[in-house]
Design a protein. Structure first.
Ligand code: F6P
Length: 376
């Protein structure tokens, strides 16, 4: 994104008595590192923008829709680097509903009106792909917005990595290591269900890190027959146990033609709860090996950020605040190689970064014998 396409003038040119008002909100599913970013933005603005006033918007876009904010004082953010969750609270506000008419105007029009009523000079939106879509809408309405890419799913387009992802990889890897001790002791097949509806990054990375024998991700549809054949071969070869990492969004090859909602409907109609629970039953029946499934759930989003994420959040938050201080809006910060850079919201909103089935990580995983449950 060339700088000349970005509006705004630096706040250092402001008159001495003027205050500059910054809002921060966290939106979508929580993850480790949100507080670290809030802290970094606060610390940077406080030191580098004269008369900076910082307010927190509670519960994500929900708070902006309701027109709520509160002063974010230094003592509220200076000691939260290692604290999980978000001190601002969060909520999900589906993009599809943003522009629908409702009493008092659409959610979008309410947010724009409240942004103006609050006299914000800039709003930081910390969130995932949905948050960025809503941020792009606000930006198109003339609000000054800067995004920061968060999610354990690591699926935001235009950034090599999102904050929260590395911590979740550590958590899932540790959980799988622990489950593997039971698998080994009982000679079982263990399926571990990992978050990620559209993207399999978390399942792929933690699966490899935990030494999984099979990894099932949304980007590589699997066949139940191929899965069971591979597992039978492992049993015949004398392997004492098997670890399978399954993304919650893993799809059967026969389901590819259906949309997410249709898939869920068909699965419910067949009496299946999650893809993992169903698969565990089938595998147990077909292989004759005791098979169990564990759903890791929300523990993947909780807890303190790992050192990598603390550093990343400090850099992303600092860069976002630096852009705000320079008056460069309508962007989201991003990681590109070893640099923290940024992309225009309009260029990334609505796009996802998915695992490339032919990419290096999958190729090398296959090379060391990891199965993806497909027919190769
Ligand atoms: O934050 C993303 C995510 O972790 C997805 O992987 C998962 O499907 C979703 O959140 C579940 O979130 P919730 O139940 O809080 O809406």
């Amino acid at each position: 994104m060339p700088l000349d396409r970005l509006p705004g003038a630096g706040y250092n040119k402001q008159k001495e008595e003027e205050t500059v008002k910054f809002g921060i909100l966290t939106s979508g599913g929580d993850c480790a590192g949100l507080n670290a970013v809030i802290r970094s933005i606060g610390m940077y603005l406080e030191r580098n923008v004269r008369n900076a006033e910082i307010v927190g918007i509670p519960d994500g876009y929900g708070g902006l829709i309701r027109g709520e904010s509160f002063p974010l004082k230094r003592e509220m953010y200076e000691d939260i680097l290692a604290v999980g969750g978000t001190v601002l609270g969060t909520s999900r506000q589906p993009f599809k509903k943003m522009t629908l008419p409702e009493e008092g105007g659409s959610k979008l029009s309410k947010m724009v009106a409240n942004y103006r009523k609050m006299k914000l000079d800039c709003l930081f939106t910390l969130g995932g792909a949905g948050t960025h879509k809503n941020a792009a809408l606000l930006s198109m309405e003339g609000c000054h917005v800067i995004g920061v890419p968060k999610t354990i799913d690591n699926d935001i387009y235009g950034t090599d990595v999102t904050f929260g992802f590395r911590t979740a990889v550590e958590v899932v890897t540790e959980a799988m290591d622990r489950i593997a001790t039971t698998a080994r002791s009982h000679h079982r097949i263990m399926l571990v269900e990992i978050m990620g509806n559209k993207a399999g990054w978390l399942t792929l990375h933690s699966g490899i890190a935990a030494g999984a024998d099979m990894i099932l991700i949304p980007e590589i549809p699997f066949s139940v027959d191929a899965v069971c054949e591979t597992l039978k071969k492992r049993v015949d070869a004398g392997n004492a146990f098997t670890m399978i990492a399954v993304a919650e969004g893993a799809v059967l090859d026969s389901e590819v033609k259906y949309k997410k909602d249709e898939r869920a409907f068909a699965r419910r109609a067949r009496g299946e709860t999650t893809v993992t629970a169903h698969l565990a039953e089938v595998i147990g029946e077909r292989t004759g090996v005791e098979t169990r499934a564990s759903v890791l759930g929300y523990l993947q989003r909780g807890g303190t950020p790992c050192a990598y994420d603390r550093l990343l959040c400090s850099r992303l938050g600092g860069r976002a605040a630096e852009l705000a201080a320079a008056g460069k809006y309508g962007v989201t910060v991003a990681v590109s190689g070893s640099r923290i850079t940024y992309n225009a919201l309009e260029d990334i909103a609505g796009k996802y970064k998915l695992v490339d089935p032919a990419g290096e990580t999958v190729r090398f995983a296959r090379g060391i014998g990891i199965s993806f449950g497909d027919r190769t």
